[in-house]
Design a protein around this ligand. Structure first.
Ligand SMILES: Nc1ncnc2c1ncn2[C@@H]1O[C@H](COP(=O)(O)OP(=O)(O)OP(=O)(O)O)[C@@H](O)[C@H]1O
Length: 217
């Protein structure tokens, strides 16, 4: 048994089935992710990566099967689970009249972070949005909006981080930063599940690859 298998089980997916109408996207899908481990869902466009991620975070309801996070059955309305799982799967709906720094501040405080000001300053620096801190999200470039979306995951508590193509619209330096950041979170015991088309990112974080086959009629 490897070292990781002895660590705490953070995510368990059992016999997940999800389809749309007559088309089955995924069936009999099992996955276990431990603290400190990164798993990458890979496969061609339409293979079902986002579908699985949406079921994992409770944004979609599986047709069959269960998702368990830190021993508790997944439910988007369970406050304990929401504090445990940080998610960046879609482009976030930002509040149009809250600035970059206000978004991060709101999240950090809502999640009861001990010293929200210090953490928000640190994360803003890390995602290189300090000069844009007082701008509204609608005035950010697309890559800056992506950085803000990622920043929202880093100003809150998390045991499991779920990311759908986090490399999207990041520049080369941004992808390198993300790799370093995720690696350091893994070392601190975070569990990560992501979908990605960026082999360099997966290699940087030593992700275990789980390849999805795609829909069947
Ligand atoms: N709400 C929906 N209704 C019908 N079909 C859907 C729905 N959502 C997803 N699909 C279909 O399910 C399949 C899997 O989609 P999904 O977004 O999970 O793929 P993916 O692996 O994330 O792809 P990509 O690499 O392009 O992001 C696709 O064929 C898609 O068209």
């Amino acid at each position: 048994m490897g070292a990781v298998a002895k660590r705490e089980q953070v995510l368990r997916v059992d016999k997940l089935k999800k389809g749309y109408g007559p088309v089955t996207i995924v069936e009999g899908f099992d996955l276990t992710v431990h603290a400190g481990e990164a798993v990458a869902l890979t496969g061609r466009n339409g293979a079902g990566k986002s579908t699985v991620l949406r079921c994992i975070v409770g944004a979609d309801r599986p047709d069959e099967g269960t998702v368990t996070v830190c021993g508790t059955r997944m439910s988007e309305t369970n406050a304990e689970i929401r504090r445990t799982v940080a998610t960046v799967i879609d482009d976030l709906d930002f509040f149009p009249d809250l600035s970059v720094v206000e978004h991060l501040d709101l999240l950090a405080r809502a999640h009861g972070i001990h010293d929200p000001d210090a953490l928000v300053d640190e994360v803003l620096e890390e995602v290189q949005l300090v000069p844009q801190a007082s701008q509204l999200p609608s005035t950010l470039s697309s890559g800056q909006r992506r950085r803000l979306a990622l920043a929202t995951a880093f100003v809150r508590p998390r045991r499991l981080l779920v990311l759908d193509e986090p490399e999207q619209r990041l520049d080369v330096e941004g992808v390198a930063w993300l790799g370093r950041r995720l690696k350091s979170d893994l070392a601190d015991g975070l569990a990560i599940v992501l979908a990605s088309h960026e082999p360099a990112l997966l290699e940087a974080i030593g992700a275990r690859e789980v390849r999805l086959g795609g829909p069947r009629a």
